[in-house]
Design a binder for this molecule. Structure first.
Ligand SMILES: N[C@@H](CCC(=O)N[C@@H](CS)C(=O)NCC(=O)O)C(=O)O
Length: 244
């Protein structure tokens, strides 16, 4: 089967989780790296593949798959290699619950805070008119609005504060879970750990006051276990540039 993965460099969040699932399964795929500051994801060639203009996209023999969480379930189901979903139905539920929490709640708060930090850098030296013209090509109106608010730095402080509160609560919940279980879904490493590491592992780097060895020791040990995995080491080696 011909697999083509379209993803953002540097590898993080949504792109990293699918890239990592493929590495964990030992699946061969063709890489199509895209660069945020070049706005490759808004170019007509890519919009013809994914009209939402978002990454990652996995194309399997011409079938276009989007939504990282669903792509990863497909990868685990379709390919040989170590299982990334628990067999026990309740553990599998826990996996899905934590994946959903990572994506829709805690991960969204992390991304919102980071987005407001990095978009001015992504814009680079472009004049405001040029940047705003470029952003007219963002197909999804909600995404267009958040790009514009981040670029103009007009996101209401109360919304950023709300995201901070979610991070504090998320770090507490995760720590409580990992103090009782080796992995988020129970006894085995799963897609939940992949998602959580890709979205929320960033908190340890960006906001060490919230995630650190004294406040969240079980989470830090879990992160160290993940970073020692060969596939994660390979992911780090394949990451070009620095996370902004
Ligand atoms: N729900 C989608 C979200 C994908 C997403 O937000 N990707 C970001 C990169 S991490 C993106 O493409 N951002 C560009 C934009 O939204 O305009 C998924 O799970 O794959």
């Amino acid at each position: 089967m011909q697999l083509d993965l379209y993803y953002f460099q540097p590898l993080a969040t949504n792109s990293a989780r699918v890239f990592l699932a493929l590495l964990e399964k030992g699946v061969n795929f063709t890489e199509h790296a895209m660069f945020g500051p070049h706005f490759d994801h808004l170019k007509p060639a890519y919009l013809a593949i994914n009209p939402k203009g978002q990454v990652p996209t996995l194309v399997c023999d011409g079938d276009v798959l989007t939504e990282g969480m669903l792509i990863n379930e497909y990868i685990d189901e379709a390919f040989d290699g170590p299982a990334l979903r628990p067999a026990d139905p309740l553990d599998r539920f826990a996996m899905r619950r934590w994946c959903s929490y990572a994506e829709n709640d805690l991960g969204r708060a992390v991304m919102m805070i980071n987005w407001n930090r990095v978009v001015p850098d992504i814009a680079g030296n472009r004049a405001p008119e040029e940047m705003e013209k470029l952003l007219e090509n963002v197909p999804d109106p909600d995404r267009r609005r958040s790009w514009l608010r981040a670029f103009r730095q007009t996101t209401p402080p109360a919304e950023i504060e709300e995201s901070h509160k979610r991070l504090i609560e998320g770090c507490r919940l995760t720590e409580a879970r990992l103090a009782r279980h080796r992995w988020l879904a129970g006894d085995a490493y799963s897609l939940a750990d992949i998602d959580f590491m890709c979205f929320c592992g960033l908190i340890a780097d960006w906001m060490p006051e919230l995630m650190n060895a004294s406040t969240t020791p079980a989470t830090m040990e879990w992160l160290a276990r993940i970073e020692a995995r060969p596939a994660v080491r390979e992911l780090r080696e394949r990451t070009q540039g620095l996370l902004m």
